[in-house]
Design a protein around this ligand. Structure first.
Ligand code: MOS
Length: 735
């Protein structure tokens, strides 16, 4: 039954990726291809008074310059611009729609030329006159004007009152700056025009989302626009919503009636969505034995003036720690910036950072081991609903990671462990994410020669979806994995929501089970008419598909080759397409968990921090592929190093413009920053969450890592830096 599921199967698309055979959105061509280059606004707020494209048009090879004044028609209502991931409040941004400027770097013109160099040069010649208005991009200055959102969760008891009388109190603010996704692949779209119809190769986490969106924006029929994204060079949430280059590529193609490719520059990648900056205030009240009696978690995050993006940073403690009282609040500050968006583990990477740093501070105040404090407060139920978890192997995560790390050898005293010039710090934290699942449809075609094609409009954003789909199909259909072809990333395939939220592995695998069962049923139906068949009268639940045959579970010698069944029935293939829906039983909370332990070495004189060891133990139900799963978690952990120590988008508030819009000055971890990274998967069988017991791994890797590192830095130095990233200037600055 499970030859491939649970093994360390190599990526089925690995060879295509390393040989360059895998093509990305900006690599598709067409005989009539024109190239685009975007002109971006240089002010943050106001109106375009005049655009002069005269000089640009004179350049040899320039075809046209599109602006809000001469572009083809676009929809004039917000509904048409709302994609599947659009926040409820506000108006989605409309690229090149009118002359208003909403953020610095907003696209104001699209130059189309016969080649990229010409387009890029001509774009530099487009002159824009603005009517500038005062802008606001400084979060700190606007904190007092934050708008209160509805409470993120129901409060429990009177947290303020309980806090006031707690034996031990911790109260502090934690800051996370604006961060950008920085995927290797730039945002790119190639719109191939053929007889009035478009095939759009787009960098996206959801082809059908983009297809529906483009049909809305351009008032097109579904059969006029097909969206393809067979490969993606990293998304991390930035590709959940359609980005503006896909609108401009289609706009260009419709204007020229020819194919257009548009690839954003690295700099332009910063003029789109981002992880919102936030201030979080946390109050923890405890009894002297460590039992929590009050948790208050308040967050203030940023977004644009036009769209209210926010996620729920503040309620994770309700899933992790018992506390009789708790209260949660969220406020939003609107700035003259693009709207914020989802970025790897949105709300948990940030909310759990603050919570877990605060828990460490509470442990210090209690003079208690931080791991012991977590165990003391461990919650076996979702405190918001009182529901138990479908499974929660967090205790095992703590113990296995602590053991692997050697936590018992820790001297609790800050600055007590050293090695030459280096202060050594050991810190830990908890991670949590949701085990989500989404309705999905899978089509399987099984041929008499033992080949299977499995098709679904989901994406593979680099996580390994091709591979786990092939594994699941091979096991469910009883064919070798090399005989499975996976088709995804095409809007004409059976429906799938965007790939995000860690929900596709669970959803598509269970979807493959549903459709495989339909294939099996169909085979049995066809076998009914075979003379002397050992399958006669056998129920579908009593057979499996293995080694190219239908086999009766109880009497494995009763087996009929699939090829024989199809030959007898006079068919050469069986195709089934089935939808899978996931009902919540309403009786359980579904979450993944992790425990992270970090070692840092801090140069005492210079304040340079190295993360020398990271150990994470993850409980996420059934692990489909040990190799891709490990890669995914490891990637998240390394991103956690970036969040703790490196990443910060800086804005020059005089111009409302990002100053470090490039990967030289926006720092991400490089090889030299990454030392020992160990991933442990804790065995966790979950028969409740879904039939396959899969919880997903997309996000959990990063959650808790920034706090574990921050806590280790405190342990090393005795200095608590609550503002991320923890740079050496903050560490060496006098308090
Ligand atoms: Mo993920 S931030 O849901 O792509």
């Amino acid at each position: 039954m499970t030859t491939y599921i649970g093994t360390a199967t190599s990526r089925v698309d690995g060879r295509d990726k390393v040989t360059g055979a895998a093509r990305y959105a900006g690599e598709y061509g067409a005989p009539d291809l024109a190239h685009g280059s975007v002109v971006n606004s240089t002010i943050a707020k106001g109106r375009i008074r005049r655009i002069d494209a005269g000089e640009a048009m004179k350049v040899d090879g320039v075809i046209t310059v599109l602006t809000h004044e001469n572009r083809p028609p676009m929809a004039d209502n917000d509904e048409a611009y709302k994609d599947d991931v659009a926040p409820g409040d506000g108006s989605p941004y409309r690229p090149l729609y009118d002359g208003s400027i909403k953020f610095n770097g907003q696209p104001v013109a699209l130059v189309l030329a016969e080649d990229l160099e010409t387009a890029t040069y001509a774009a530099s010649l487009v002159k824009v006159e603005y009517e500038e208005q005062p802008h606001i991009t400084d979060f700190e200055k606007q904190l007092g004007k934050a708008k209160a959102l509805p409470a993120p969760a129901k409060p429990r008891g009177d947290a303020a009152k309980a806090f006031a009388v707690s034996d031990i109190r911790h109260d502090a603010e934690y800051y996370v700056p604006v961060e950008h996704h920085n995927p290797m692949e730039l945002f790119a779209s190639t719109a191939v025009w053929r007889d009035g119809k478009l095939t759009v190769y787009d960098k996206t986490q959801g082809v059908q989302n983009v297809q529906r969106y483009l049909c809305g924006v351009f008032q097109a029929r579904p059969d006029e626009i097909r969206v393809m994204s067979p490969f993606m060079g990293g998304g991390f949430g930035s590709g959940l919503r359609p980005q503006y280059q896909v609108v401009l590529a289609v706009l260009g193609a419709r204007a020229l009636k020819r194919s257009v490719r548009l690839v954003l520059t690295r700099q332009q990648m910063y003029m789109v969505g981002y992880r919102p900056a936030m201030v979080q205030r946390i109050q923890l009240g405890a009894k002297t034995d460590g039992a929590l009696n009050a948790i208050t978690h308040n967050a203030t995050t940023i977004t644009s003036q036009y769209e209210d993006f926010h996620r729920n940073e503040t309620t994770w403690s309700g899933l992790l720690y018992k506390s009789e009282t708790a209260s949660y609040a969220h406020k939003l500050v609107r700035l003259d910036l693009p709207a914020a968006c989802d970025m790897r583990a949105p709300s948990a990477a940030t909310g759990v950072y603050a919570l877990e740093a605060a828990m460490d501070e509470l442990a210090v105040a209690l003079q208690m081991d931080p791991l012991e404090l977590r165990l003391k407060c461990y919650s076996d139920s979702d405190q918001h609903t009182g529901l138990p978890f479908s499974s929660k192997s967090l205790r095992e995560c703590y113990s296995q990671a602590a053991e692997a790390f050697g936590w018992s050898r820790r001297n609790p005293e800050p600055r007590s462990m050293r090695e030459g010039n280096d202060l050594i710090g050991w810190g830990m934290a908890t991670g949590i994410w949701e085990a989500l699942q989404v309705p999905i449809t899978v089509r399987i075609t099984l041929t008499a020669n033992g080949h299977a094609e499995v098709a679904c409009a989901t994406s593979d954003i680099g996580t390994g979806t091709y591979t786990i789909m092939a594994q699941a199909a091979a096991d469910m259909l009883g064919v070798p994995i090399d005989n499975v072809t996976v088709k995804l990333g095409d809007s004409t395939l059976p429906p799938s929501p965007v790939e995000g939220g860690s929900w596709i592995a669970a959803s598509v695998s269970n979807g493959i089970v549903t459709t495989s069962n339909a294939i099996r049923d169909e085979l049995l139906r066809l076998a009914e008419t075979m003379p002397n068949s050992p399958l006669m009268g056998i129920k579908t639940a009593d057979v499996t598909l293995s080694d190219g045959s239908v086999t009766v579970k109880k009497t494995p010698r009763s087996t009929v080759p699939i090829a024989d069944i199809m030959r007898h029935a006079g068919v050469d293939r069986i195709a089934q397409e089935k939808a899978t829906k996931f009902g919540k039983d309403g009786k359980h909370a579904h979450n993944t968990h992790s425990a992270i332990f970090a070692e840092v070495k801090v140069d005492e004189q210079l304040g340079v921090i190295r993360v020398t060891r990271l150990v994470s133990a993850v409980a996420a139900g059934r692990i489909l592929n040990l190799k891709t799963a490990r890669s995914q978690v490891m990637g998240g952990m390394i991103w956690g190093i970036g969040m703790a120590l490196h990443e910060e988008t800086l804005i020059d508030h005089r111009f409302g413009r990002i100053m470090n819009a490039n990967i030289a000055e926006y720092h991400v971890p490089v090889n030299a920053d990454v030392h020992s990274v160990e991933v442990i998967f804790v065995d966790e069988q979950d028969d409740i969450v879904n039939p396959m017991g899969i919880k997903g791994l997309g996000e959990i890797g990063i959650v808790g890592v920034p706090a574990a590192i921050a806590n280790a830095v405190y342990h090393a130095t005795g200095k608590r830096v609550r503002d991320l990233p923890i740079t050496l200037d903050k560490l060496t600055r006098d308090a």
